[in-house]
Design a binder for this molecule. Structure first.
Ligand code: ADP
Length: 626
């Protein structure tokens, strides 16, 4: 990617902005077309009014022909009505196309990438840093995709304003002062005409350049702005965050928050960086920009009035020229401001493209995963080794194992021995760094990715439920089989609690989406997560520490119903509690990323020098006395 500090050339700015326009047009063509049409329409129509009123004033101050005046007024009225109607239509079109807000649409672009990119990219801290900066740029200064359409609308509208303004202004410079105007005939002197045009143009250009320089300070300080927003987001809302309110009270963290809120030197406070900029160079530049514009208006009035005094044109033309020159100059100014904005926005857009262009390196084949009635699948790890992206050490080393479907497999080992990583690779959230994983003898990379994922139901240790209805959580969709969802909840041990819920499976979880939502305990959440895994009805069910948050009674209940819960599925069971392994047909013992033992409980426990025996004995002291 280009360095943010490299010079931003027109080519670079144009490429970045055009890509954004194309991206938006491909996703939301009507949003783009309606915005652009309205901008062009709004920039052209005022000139029709200016031209027609000039004709009326001219007639009033000259011929005063009643018939012609009536005709002019009627035409002006009819045209105004027609313009208003079209404007209303275009506004409606734009409003309906922008419903749901541009911000949501831009968020959609980002979240589509998040949903579709390789899991390894999401887990990479560089990605999350990038994403957080993109969000902050957008929320803080409106930088990024959001600015592009506003920018394009304003730029097109400036261009059309300029074109309309020019067509009504050219005659101001071409109409000659009549003979006998004395010293005022100097106004026809080509040097004077060129001098006045040059002066107007210079002032027109200088004002927005000064304004752009002022805005450049904001773009260059976007880092300060983002940091300020982050700190404010944290300290300013400490009181809102009920998740931490116990700690805040016990450790008086409100004092830290108060210190920040009262700090005059913090980013947005009266002695902060932006206040300094506003009082210093940025404020001065903004004021100078405004002052220069006033000088321009003075010159226009003087030139137009002098030419009229000399008899070059009548009163009607005076109103026309003053209005059109002022609009013309406004058009040029805003074009320069918008060009500056387009340049300033370029690095922010490039950061978004860097994110959108993160390559997906996972090979995704097209083989169909056989949907076997007998659910007969065989999985094999062949010399699989794996390093997490950005890590130099192996999380798994030379893992080779085979297991038949329909069995219950327990995976045990100390913390950090590689159990969860083993599951991640099996489900293809990551691909092995070396070696291969086979399903029915075929490398899993060759299967259609989505279909392959469909054969797994996993309850991860750090699973999350959504603030939606209970049944929707279980089914993962809005319309679903209610009976099946209820059945899965009952199997997972949630039946008693479900009976007590006023709205049954239509009860909202948590308070985010409904004030009637219920808060649930960690153990209850785990049961719902197990029900969700059952509802998916995949041939493999994988439970990572499935009973960690359950109390001993609930845990015993799950164990006793384990066979019923799992049915004919293949179950993989990661657990710290070795007592649960007794239920399983086969046990894999992980140690420092390798499988060091595989066998049944009785085989492994009888090997007194093995790791399993050691782990079993370490835990047995808690169980044997009971
Ligand atoms: P277990 O599930 O047995 O507790 P894990 O599979 O989670 O172990 O971890 C295996 C090893 O991989 C550990 O050394 C752990 O620190 C490392 N690890 C786990 N997740 C990541 C990650 N996202 N990035 C880098 N290293 C990781």
């Amino acid at each position: 990617m280009k360095n943010k500090k490299d010079k931003i050339t027109f080519k670079r700015a144009y490429a970045a902005n055009m890509r954004a326009m194309k991206l938006m047009y491909s996703l939301y063509p009507q949003m783009v077309s309606s915005s652009i049409s309205l901008a062009v329409w709004n920039s052209l129509t005022p000139y029709i009014g200016i031209y027609l009123s000039a004709l009326i004033v001219e007639e009033l101050s000259g011929g005063r022909d009643t018939d012609r005046l009536i005709k002019l007024v009627l035409v002006t009225l009819a045209v105004s009505v027609a313009i208003s109607l079209v404007t209303v239509f275009l506004n409606r079109w734009k409003n309906t196309q922008h419903s749901g807000d541009r911000w949501i649409k831009f968020e959609h672009i980002i979240s589509q990438k998040m949903l579709n990119t390789d899991y390894a990219n999401l887990a990479d801290t560089k990605t999350s840093e990038m994403l957080s900066t993109i969000r902050q740029n957008n929320n803080g200064g409106g930088w990024g995709l959001n600015m592009v359409l506003y920018n394009a609308e304003a730029m097109l509208s400036s261009l059309f304003t300029i074109a309309g303004g020019l067509s009504l202004t050219v005659s101001l410079f071409l109409t000659r002062v009549p003979d006998g105007a004395g010293s005022l005939s100097l106004l026809d002197n080509p040097f004077v005409v060129i001098g006045v045009i040059a002066l107007m143009l210079a002032i027109t250009l200088v004002a927005p350049m000064i304004t752009n320089k002022a805005e450049g300070y904001l773009a260059r300080h976007s880092g300060d702005h983002n940091l300020g927003n982050r700190l404010f987001g944290h300290f300013g809302f400490l009181g809102y965050n009920t998740d931490i309110s116990e700690d805040v009270r016990i450790y008086r963290q409100d004092i830290i928050s108060e210190g920040y809120n009262r700090d005059k030197k913090s980013t947005f406070s009266s002695d902060g960086v932006f206040a300094h900029l506003a009082r210093g160079p940025m404020g001065l530049l903004a004021a100078a920009g405004a002052a220069v514009s006033v000088i321009f208006t003075g010159i226009v009035y003087m030139f137009v009035c002098l030419k009229s005094m000399a008899g070059a044109f009548g009163l009607g033309s005076v109103t026309q020229y003053i209005a059109s020159v002022t609009k013309l100059s406004g058009g040029i100014s805003s074009l320069v401001v918008e060009l500056g904005r387009m340049f300033n926005n370029t690095p922010f857009l490039e950061l978004i493209y860097e994110f959108l262009d993160i390559p997906d390196n996972m090979y995704k084949g097209s083989l169909t995963v056989e949907k076997r009635r007998d659910r007969s699948y065989q999985v094999e790890f062949k010399n699989v080794s794996f390093k997490y992206p950005g890590s130099n050490t192996y999380a798994l080393k030379n893992v080779s194992m085979k297991f038949e479907i329909g069995k219950r497999l327990a995976v045990v080992g100390m913390n950090g021995s590689g159990k969860t990583t083993f599951i991640m690779l099996l489900c293809r959230l990551y691909d092995p760094t070396e070696g291969e994983i086979l399903l029915n003898g075929i490398d899993i990379r060759k299967y259609n990715y989505r279909e392959y994922m469909d054969i797994f139901s996993v309850v991860f240790q750090d699973f999350k439920l959504l603030p939606q209805r209970l049944g929707e959580n279980v089914a993962g969709r809005v319309s679903y089989d209610r009976e099946l969802a209820t059945d899965c909840l009952e199997k997972a041990g949630f039946g008693d609690r479900l009976e007590k819920l006023k709205d049954g499976i239509d009860t909202y979880l948590y308070k985010d989406s409904s004030k009637d939502g219920v808060n649930i305990s960690g153990g209850e959440a785990q049961k719902i997560a197990i029900a969700r895994a059952l509802y998916k009805d995949a041939p493999f069910i994988i439970l990572d520490e499935p009973t960690a948050a359950l109390d001993p009674i609930a845990e015993a209940e799950i164990y006793s119903k384990f066979d019923e819960i799992v049915g004919d599925k293949t179950a993989i069971y990661i657990s710290h509690r070795l007592s649960s392994c007794k239920f399983c047909d086969e046990i894999l013992v992980f140690d420092q990323g390798s499988v060091i033992q595989q066998g049944t409980h009785s085989e492994l426990v009888s090997n007194t020098t093995g790791k399993y025996h050691e782990l079993w004995n370490a835990q047995a002291q808690y169980y044997t006395e009971q």
